[in-house]
Design a protein around this ligand. Structure first.
Ligand code: GLY
Length: 242
């Protein structure tokens, strides 16, 4: 895991601690009634715990991504068979140089937000919007160039489809279709929240996100992912939910 890509300067992850945090994450999903399919470990692909980046799932269809970092592309083939057992799987398509990390994709109600980042380009964003609008013609695609953070969802996620939470370190190049609650800069790392059925998973260590989450969800589940954060990971990164 420590050999993976990161933009953080938080030191190397403690792998045993990371494994314990991952178990707590999986237990928390199961506690909300989610059936969890675990994929085999891939020791040669150190970013593979961040399974979210490999596909975008919507209405029974999985669109496989083409990660912007070449080192992460084999992860997609590793996830494909598990998705094929569960749903229709489509390729991203688009131009040959299209790239897309699903960490840059936020589905919030009828809004499909796609961040343009160092990992995701316009070709990838447009190819994804084309695929998903074929599945769900009511989706409204918003392409949002940004800087300051690795993935769009490192900096903006949805407390509810009509309410977003943000890290003020993200610099947005387009307006967003819902109001954003900006966290204090020192707690910006907690802008990645994960709704799971009736619960809202939040990162432990941010009183601001905890208090905000209680306004939007009857049940708030704080989780410590300190070791994943060292590798640019957070709550949404560790699963594909459908
Ligand atoms: N470590 C996650 C990523 O760089 O994509």
């Amino acid at each position: 895991m420590g050999e993976g890509l990161t933009t953080q300067a938080l030191g190397r992850p403690d792998v045993e601690r990371a494994a314990a945090q991952h178990r707590q994450y999986v237990d928390a999903l199961r506690a909300e009634g989610v059936e969890v399919h675990r994929l085999p470990a891939l020791p040669s692909l150190p970013d593979s715990p961040f399974v979210e980046d490999t596909a975008v799932l919507h209405r029974g269809v999985a669109v496989l991504t083409r990660p912007g970092a070449a080192a992460r592309r084999p992860e997609v083939d590793a996830v494909r068979p598990a998705l094929e057992r569960e749903m229709e799987v489509q390729e991203l398509g688009g131009p040959v140089d299209a790239t897309l990390d699903a960490g840059d994709v936020l589905l919030a109600g009828r809004n499909l937000l796609i961040g343009i980042s160092t990992r995701t380009n316009r070709g990838g964003a447009e190819a994804l919007a084309h695929r998903l609008r074929a599945v769900d013609p009511e989706l409204r695609a918003h392409v949002v160039p940004f800087s300051g953070l690795l993935h769009f969802k490192s900096g903006v996620t949805a407390l509810r489809p009509d309410a977003l939470v943000g890290d003020p370190r993200i610099q947005l190049g387009a307006s967003l279709p819902a109001p954003v609650h900006w966290l204090p800069a020192a707690e910006g790392f907690a802008a990645n929240v994960l709704p799971v059925n009736e619960a809202l998973f939040v990162l432990a260590g941010s009183p601001a996100v905890a208090s905000l989450a209680h306004r939007y969800a009857a049940k708030v589940v704080p989780l410590d992912l300190s070791e994943f954060r060292k590798m640019d990971g957070s709550l949404t990164c560790l699963s594909l939910l459908w």
